[in-house]
Each structure stands twice: as C-alpha cells, then as structure tokens.
Design a protein around this ligand. Structure first.
Ligand code: HEM
Ligand code: HEM
Length: 162
C-alpha cells in the first residue's frame, strides 16, 4: 500500500456520503420496522428488500464500503500528522478499523435478521446504533482536538483543502 499525501475526491465523496447514509439509518429507524413487517413470512427475494428505504440504504452502504475499502487498499491514505503522539496515531487506526468493521457487519446482520430471524442476530444488529454513536462522538472529538489543540489540518484533508 502506498502513502499518498492526500485523499482522492472519490475517497472524500465516499466518506461523506457513507456518513450521511449511516446517520439516516440510525435516525429514521421507523422505515426498518415497516420493512420488517412487510417482509414477515416471505423470502429475501421479496421486492420490499430493494424498495424499503432502510433496506435499500443499508445495502447501498455495504456496496459503497466495499468500494471504499478496495480504494483504500489500492491507493492507501495519507499518513497521520507527525506532530500527533504515537499512541493517538494507533488509537486513530483502531477507531477507523472499528468503523470499517461496523460498516460491513451492520448491513450483513440486517440481511441475516431478515433471512433467519434469530434473536441473537437481531440483538447484534441493534447494537449498531450505540456503537456508531459512540464511535462518531470519539471521531468528531478527535478531529476537534487535531484542529484546535494540535493545529494539524486533518479536517482539511477530508474536504480536499490540504
Ligand atoms: C449500516 C447500515 C445499517 C444501520 C446503521 C442499521 C441500523 C438499524 C437500527 C438502528 C435499527 C433499529 C433497531 C431495532 O429497533 O431493531 C435497525 C433495525 C432493522 N434493520 Fe437495520 N441497519 C442497517 C442496515 C440494514 C440492512 C442492510 C438490513 C436488511 C436488508 C436491515 C434490516 C433491519 C431490520 C429487519 C430491522 C428490524 C426492524 C424492526 O424493529 O422490526 N438493516 N437497523
Ligand atoms: C457515520 C459517520 C462517519 C463515519 C462512518 C466515518 C468514518 C471515517 C473513517 C473510516 C475514516 C478513515 C479514513 C481512512 O481510511 O483513512 C475517517 C476519516 C476522517 N473523518 Fe470520518 N466518519 C464519519 C463522520 C465524520 C464526521 C461527522 C466528521 C467531521 C468532523 C469526520 C471527519 C473525518 C476526518 C477529518 C477524517 C480524516 C482523518 C485523517 O486524515 O486521518 N468524519 N472517517
């Protein structure tokens, strides 16, 4: 993997698009309930799978995340700013990895929940909301610390201005 000095516009667009779609999934859960109700007792081949907003957006997140990870492997990402203490550089890597794992695991547990209706899988899927909210909070605080305490312009990197 290479270490470029900036994110590409595609990487930036994917970051913000996926972030917006995740927030939609978390704050408009009622679509999920309607979809679950409409698919009850039927197979996954039901057209509701790709017409219900929760399912459609969830599947889109899965596809976009796959694209994003392929790009990440092919092109890499800029290195952490040298001023950032090593322990925080590792913490950032860990938090980003956790995001990627959640972005894959959540749509997959959602699909499994519809396909096999297991209680454990249902509960795992419900954990996605607090897990995303905690990670997003840490992520935003970390960006603020970078911006205002360490004065490293990581926010600029994610809007194409660094
Ligand atoms: C990153 C993507 C996703 C996020 C963040 C997400 C998040 C959520 C949240 C917060 C709930 C409400 C928890 C609950 O009341 O059970 C929920 C419910 C649900 N989700 Fe997802 N979801 C995603 C993708 C999917 C996908 C791709 C599917 C299936 C195709 C799916 C199927 C369901 C089902 C069946 C429910 C239960 C609805 C009910 O309460 O009866 N989700 N999801
Ligand atoms: C659901 C919401 C979000 C998700 C899933 C998410 C996920 C991620 C991930 C996985 C990375 C690492 C990119 C890489 O592979 O190198 C990243 C970087 C970044 N995110 Fe987010 N993010 C979200 C929301 C936000 C928000 C609200 C902000 C605004 C403060 C933000 C600002 C940034 C910045 C500035 C970087 C670049 C960090 C760097 O260059 O090291 N993100 N985000």
């Amino acid at each position: 993997m290479t270490t470029p000095d900036r994110y590409t516009w595609t990487q930036i667009a994917l970051h913000w698009l996926i972030a917006a779609l995740v927030l939609f999934e978390i704050f408009f859960e009622r679509f999920a309930q309607a979809g679950e109700h409409a698919m009850r007792g039927s197979s996954l081949l039901n057209p509701v799978l790709v017409t219900n907003p929760h399912f459609l957006v969830g599947l889109l997140i899965l596809v976009l995340t796959l694209w994003r990870v392929v790009l990440r492997f092919m092109r890499g990402a800029p290195a952490a700013p040298a001023e950032e203490p090593t322990i925080f550089q590792w913490a950032a890597k860990l938090a980003h990895l956790a995001f990627y794992l959640l972005l894959f695991a959540t749509p997959i547990t959602g699909l499994l929940r519809l396909a096999i209706r297991s209680r454990i899988i249902g509960e795992l899927h419900e954990w996605a909301k607090p897990a995303f909210l905690i990670l997003i909070a840490i992520h935003v605080v970390a960006v603020l610390v970078h911006q205002f305490l360490w004065k490293t312009n990581v926010f600029g990197r994610m809007i194409g201005r660094a």
